[in-house]
Design a protein around this ligand. Sequence first.
Ligand code: AMP
Length: 114
Amino acid sequence: MDCIFCAIRDGEIPSPKLVENEFCYVIRDINPQAAVHLLVIAKPHVANIAEAVDECPELVSGMLKTAVECARQEGLEEGGYRLVTNLGENGCQSVKHLHIHVLGGEKLTENIGK
Ligand code: AMP
């Protein structure tokens, strides 16, 4: 299976990891959509948040905790930030390996839909 986030996890594609723990690792998005754009990426290959909630809910809480801690670490808490996870075609999920976007560092658009 060809999965870019598995390859980064395994060090086959170099990408500096800001944080790594039993649940996930965190990198900066290669194509940032905000001044700060982090990706909190599941360690195991799980396709999306729905699969994770069904099969390994502790992974979801571990990733959310990591996302909040990283946002705090990046100084985003005071100004606020956004957590996003896309699912499937309508959600425009391009990498089919669970990840949470952490967006902040500037005022984001009010429109988070289309
Ligand atoms: P999504 O569209 O929600 O699946 O998000 C996938 C994200 O992964 C996009 O924001 C991409 O810019 C990002 N991405 C893809 N490849 C890399 C990479 N090698 N390093 C960092 N971010 C990446």
